[in-house]
Design a protein around this ligand. Structure first.
Ligand SMILES: NC(=O)c1ccc[n+]([C@@H]2O[C@H](COP(=O)([O-])OP(=O)(O)OC[C@H]3O[C@@H](n4cnc5c(N)ncnc54)[C@H](OP(=O)(O)O)[C@@H]3O)[C@@H](O)[C@H]2O)c1
Length: 252
């Protein structure tokens, strides 16, 4: 990636691991002046900031808590910054079995993946520059009926829908809003949220070998590159779209 982001200020929610961490690293490699990375776990965030080096700023913030998002906005204002790019990437995935899903699980998924994305964008609007770019992390499952994941699937359909509406809502400010929808990507979400052990992950890999045109999982950098493309001036006439980055899994 060329220095497309020279001197730019970027927020990546959920930037402590996985896709968000890859994106933060690539923004800095592309010349960004400051990349704010957020997450709930301060230990993971500290580790990420150390790995990312100069330009990375960690802010502990839970996207499901509007007060945390207000504090993030206040931090950006106190630093005297305006945002060029917002990547609303934080999200969780947990299995929910139809017939045995308690309200707390349902609420957790929607509070983080749906309400969290909405309030991330709404709260940070005053610190976004006119002409800036917002990228939301959806998922190909927003258009699929993956078993045991109905709440997660629906939450990601909502994210894709937000990109369409926000692109209209932000017309007057020329802020572009797009969604990147990853396919199966090897990140800690598999162990942490989906509780997959090594056998389950290997089983998934074997399934993809058969089912997906590219026959493998993505590396998080491959998703991050698509996020950077949509965030960049190279995508200056692209808004409201969903870009699937899935090795073809959901395209055939
Ligand atoms: N990996 C895949 O196969 C895949 C496929 C499609 C879509 N996605 C989406 O990609 C995004 C990134 O996931 P990933 O695969 O990179 O997983 P990951 O490694 O688990 O990263 C998730 C990030 O989000 C943060 N996060 C989770 N809940 C949060 C909250 N309430 N507030 C703030 N930060 C929060 C996590 O930090 P803390 O836990 O410390 O808060 C972490 O930084 C998610 O939206 C996910 O749904 C992933």
């Amino acid at each position: 990636m060329s220095a497309d982001f020279k001197n730019q200020v970027v927020v990546v929610t959920g930037g402590s691991t996985g896709i968000g961490l890859s994106a933060a690293r690539l923004f800095l490699a592309g010349g960004a002046k400051v990349v704010y990375v957020t997450g709930r776990n301060s230990g993971n965030l500290d580790k990420a900031v150390k790995t990312l080096g100069d330009g990375a700023t960690g802010v502990v913030a839970d996207v499901a808590k509007p007060a945390d998002l207000e504090a993030l906005k206040a931090r950006i204002e106190a630093d005297g910054h305006k945002l060029d790019v917002l990547v609303a990437n934080a999200g969780i995935a947990e299995n929910n079995d139809l017939g045995a899903t308690d309200e707390a699980l349902f609420d957790r998924i929607f509070d983080i993946n749906v309400k969290g994305v909405y309030y991330t964008v709404q709260t940070l609007l005053p610190v976004l520059k006119d002409g800036s770019s917002i990228v939301l992390t959806g998922s190909i499952v927003g258009n699929k009926g993956m078993p045991r994941l109905s709440a997660y699937n629906a939450s990601k359909a909502a994210v894709r829908s937000f990109a369409r509406s926000f692109a209209s809502d932000l017309k007057a400010r020329a802020i572009r809003v797009n969604t990147v929808s990853p396919g199966v990507t090897r990140t800690p979400i598999m162990e942490n949220g989906l509780k997959m052990d090594e056998d389950a992950i290997n089983g998934f890999a074997a399934y993809l070998k058969e089912a997906a045109p590219l026959g493998r999982m993505a590396h998080p950098d491959e998703i991050a590159e698509a996020i950077l493309f949509l965030a960049s001036s190279k995508a200056s006439y692209i808004t409201g779209v969903e870009l699937s980055v899935d090795g073809g899994l959901a395209q055939i």
